[in-house]
Design a protein. Sequence first.
Length: 138
Amino acid sequence: MNRDCGLVVLSLCALLTCASAQAELYSWKDSSGKTIFSDRPPLDSEKNVATETGGKSAKNAGDKGDDPRAALLREEAKKKKVQDNDKKLIKWRCAELDKEYQALLVAYDELAKTDVKKAAALKVDAENHKDTIEKLCN
């Protein structure tokens, strides 16, 4: 049971890391001819703007081939949607973990009446479950 919780936490961490790993790099020349590199598109025209996203240019990176700022806004909206979905998944998993914890407590109470050794082991599982809930859900 603890192994399942650990796998869920590890999977969520991996998803969150992967979601934030992809970034775009913009480069352009300013009025003095100096090359500027940034993770945000320039505020002036998109002339002389190149974007590196796995070898695609800014015009190929956007779905509609429009302003790179619009492509950036679409990308940020996608990231926010992924983050919102991750939050919903974590909230759901926290509710499930809490139900499992409550069931462990009930089982402990019943087992404590008949077998103290098994009840002690179950109590350790319940406490580990509680620790997982506190780390993941608070």
